[in-house]
Design a binder for this molecule. Structure first.
Ligand SMILES: [Zn+2]
Ligand SMILES: [Zn+2]
Length: 116
């Protein structure tokens, strides 16, 4: 069965059936049909591939790669080590001091009970 051609509603340019937007006029297409499971949905449902079967077009894979790359470049990991280390130290001190307090309370209680 021959797939029908897809044309931009805005300018009439022949576009890839998987195109999310028109490469010529930039018009965003309302619905996309998955060529694998034939699920039809809004373009934003397909941003990570088909929501039903997970199928991705070459363009989508490329786009996701580029987006992931751009994200990595944008966020040069602001070293979470220092902050996390501080949090850990704080909780460690808190943990140790609460154990010390508990130990003292037990010792005092024991002393009181024995003293009687
Ligand atoms: Zn167009
Ligand atoms: Zn699908």
């Amino acid at each position: 069965m021959k797939e029908p051609d897809f044309y931009c509603e805005g300018c009439g340019t022949k576009v890839d059936k998987w195109a999310i937007d028109c490469p010529k006029c930039g018009r965003v297409f309302d619905s996309i049909k998955c060529p694998q499971c034939e699920f039809t949905g809004k373009a934003n449902q397909f941003t990570n591939g088909c929501p039903v079967c997970g199928f991705q077009s070459k363009e989508q894979k490329l786009r996701m790669k580029q987006e992931a790359k751009a994200r990595q470049q944008q966020e040069p990991q602001p070293q979470p080590k220092g902050k996390k280390g501080g949090d850990f130290k704080f909780s460690e001190i808190f943990y140790k001091s609460s154990i010390a307090v508990l130990t003292i309370v037990i010792i005092v209680l024991a002393a009181v009970l024995i003293g009687r």
